[in-house]
Design a protein around this ligand. Sequence first.
Ligand code: FAD
Length: 308
Amino acid sequence: MSIAPTTAPPSLSYELYPPVNRDASEGVFNTIAALETTDPDYVSVTYSGSPARRNASLELIEHLIQNTRLRPLAHLTCVGESRESLQNLIRHFISLGVRGVLALRGDLPTDPQEWRGEFPFARYLIELIREVEADHSAALAGGRLGVGVAAYPIQHPESPSFEHDVEVLLAKERSGANYAITQVYFQPEEYTNLVESSRRAGVTIPVIPGVIPLNSLPRLNRLAKMTGVAPDPILAHALETASSEGERHRIGVDAAVNLARRAFDDGAPGVHLYTFNDHRGSLDVIEQLELPRTRATLTNSWATRAAV
Ligand code: FAD
């Protein structure tokens, strides 16, 4: 089955990590200023349940809203959280002006006792977001939040099968998700296979490929540890044997451009770049992709505001 190419201009988005100290903040602010010049549809801000990291996420979101033209997509994880704290956070997002939430379960804490809470799967968080949204209809002028979810080209580490992951994606759509962003992957056909399998299963929401320009082997290995996605041996070898930083940068950018181009050939509705808070690789990827500057979602945003 081939995937019908999309005719709408593609969306462009970036993922940022909230800075954890003053030095890191300066780097992130520089990155934000550089990324802003590319007019992305939204910038996603990662989240972690620990109080310090949660505050850092909220501060970065506020910074984006108050000091930039960028629209934040707030990641939110539910594992180990109480209903009340999640409700409060969603309300806080709405009051700040956030209109898009990426609803995630989050990675499991090491102590399994800690995580068995009311929200063991992302699906339940989506339902809660829809409940809170309904109570804030006046603040949203009757509109709705855009709710995104994670999708997995490579089987999720805890999942019994890739087919199960596709069923989970369908369940998330039926709970109210508007679109999905993929976990990292290294072979173009893994995205194709995810989209084809999802469509066959009944998933209709857009599935945005998540792509990362990787410019070092340690970073590739860290990513593998974080995501459970095995490093691509060819990319790993190329990064390991490259003779200079410039060559490693080029290798990472070329690999990311190749993945994004192949996904667009397959009808991808946009691209989401994992930046690791380093704008250089992402900017080079965007330049090579030559994306139109008019974005699909600026006028019709499934990502940061769902259609009513
Ligand atoms: P779910 O969709 O709930 O799935 C989790 C596991 O449970 C899967 O194995 C699934 O197959 C299984 N499952 C789901 N429903 C059921 C069911 N009803 N019965 C049985 N099994 C089920 N993590 C962070 O901590 N912070 C972030 O900011 C963050 N951002 C991310 C952004 C993207 C784009 C992606 C792809 C991932 C991100 N993650 C983040 C990682 C994510 O939290 C982990 O991958 C986590 O392990 C799973 O989250 P999920 O939302 O996919 O969970």
